[in-house]
Design a protein around this ligand. Structure first.
Ligand code: GTP
Ligand code: MG
Length: 372
């Protein structure tokens, strides 16, 4: 629901309809009792009455994930793991093409069927080392996952078209990567174009606090062409280089911890979710908690569409066996058994309800908007 009527707003704020209408007139809006208002207008009216507006979104999963004991790993249990890479950048600068180019050089050459991609993540091997590439966290998904505290990416590839330069979403991507504290590698794309001007890109990046190595900074940049494959191998090598410096590690011998990359309801399979395993190993039959969803892993499928029985750190798998469809950005925890999983979910749901009640005692416009 994206609208609320004057009457509904008056009711939730415990005001007279006429008072609301008067305020609306003050804002230059001629309203009737059944007039529909959008969220922003409703919020302005609420604040005009001095009513505190507490959005429901304030109750995040973070508030309720205090119910799982996450034991820290002992340093001796940590093993190197593959880097997880997200491609970001402005619209049309070539993010998808770049991922395709990477897969083409690394996948199609081996697989007759062409680009195999079954889930929103893919793995490529470079010099016998694995790199996990996330497709989904296109810009918005990444933003919302970040806002929810989910950290899925180790390295951000920032694609900047050499003929277009730094654009608004490039700057947003820079800010996201900085906020997430992940290293950035710049891919200056579309180098095949006659109008390509990499120096301009470098200058504009410098203007936004990204100083590349050539210019005395510490950010690696690689001029590439997703179209003709120029320097794609170099880019991949740079990813491995950065990964080596960062020394990503995880403990494969513990219960799995991961994050939902995407999830949906499948007619045949029920709730399916693509999970990036970040620590531990997920196995068929494991009981899991994901947000307010639980389940037992019935089947797992890797990025090549093959069934697998185990998935270790830095692996993306599609899982089935969940009670409901979880949300992107939700964290997965494997737990001892179903009983524990169910108990945790019940506790979480109750806690969210209690928090919502608390919020609604002030006034929650969001609740009003989402209920109806
Ligand atoms: P959105 O997902 O819409 O944000 O775009 P994107 O960043 O994924 O860009 P996409 O890969 O869809 O490419 C946009 C356009 O640029 C397409 O027409 C591509 O063919 C073209 N393109 C991508 N890479 C290159 C390149 O290296 N050289 C040239 N000449 N064109 C490219
Ligand atoms: Mg795209």
């Amino acid at each position: 629901k994206s609208k609320v009527t004057v009457k509904e707003l008056a009711e939730i704020m415990d005001k007279n309809v006429s008072e609301i209408i008067t305020k609306l007139i003050g804002l230059g809006i001629m309203a009737t009792i059944n007039q529909e208002l959008d969220y922003d207008t409703a919020q302005i009216i609420a604040s005009e009455f001095g009513v505190e507006v507490e959005p429901l979104e304030d109750v995040t999963m973070d508030d309720v994930i205090d119910d799982i004991e996450i034991e820290p790993d002992r340093p001796e249990d940590l093993k190197p793991r593959s880097p997880v890479v997200t491609v970001m950048g402005h619209v049309d600068h070539g993010k998808t093409s770049l991922l395709d180019a990477i897969r083409k050089t690394k996948v199609t050459s081996r697989e007759a069927g062409g680009i195999t991609q079954h889930i929103g993540a893919s793995e490529v091997k470079v010099n016998d080392k694995k790199i996990v590439l996330l497709d989904t966290p296109g810009h918005e998904a990444f933003t919302s996952m970040r806002a929810r505290g989910a950290k899925v990416t180790d390295i951000a590839i920032l694609v900047v078209a050499a003929d277009d330069g730094v654009m608004p979403q490039t700057i947003e991507a820079i800010n996201h990567a900085k906020a997430a504290e992940v290293p950035i590698i710049i891919a200056i794309n579309k180098m095949d174009k006659p109008s390509a001007n990499p120096d301009r890109v470098k200058q504009e990046l410098a203007d936004h606090g990204i100083l590349i190595e050539e210019w005395g900074g510490d950010v690696i940049s690689v001029p590439v062409s997703a179209l003709n494959g120029e320097n794609i191998d170099t880019l991949l090598e740079m990813i491995l280089l950065v990964a080596e410096m960062e020394e990503f590690k995880a403990n494969p011998n513990r219960k799995a911890i991961g994050t939902v990359i995407e999830a949906q309801l499948d007619v045949g399979k029920g709730s399916v979710a693509t999970i990036l395993i970040q620590n531990g190993t997920l196995k068929i039959g494991d009981s899991v908690v994901i947000g307010t969803t639980h389940g037992r892993i019935r089947a797992m499928m890797n990025d090549k569409g093959k069934r697998v029985n185990v998935a270790g750190p830095s692996t993306a798998v599609e899982i089935t066996g969940l009670s409901e469809v979880p949300e992107a950005g939700d964290q997965l925890f494997a737990v001892e058994d179903d009983k524990i999983a169910r108990a945790i979910v019940e506790k979480r749901i109750n806690k969210i309800k209690a928090e919502q009640l608390k919020a609604s005692q002030k006034i929650s416009l969001d609740a009003l908007f989402s209920q109806m």
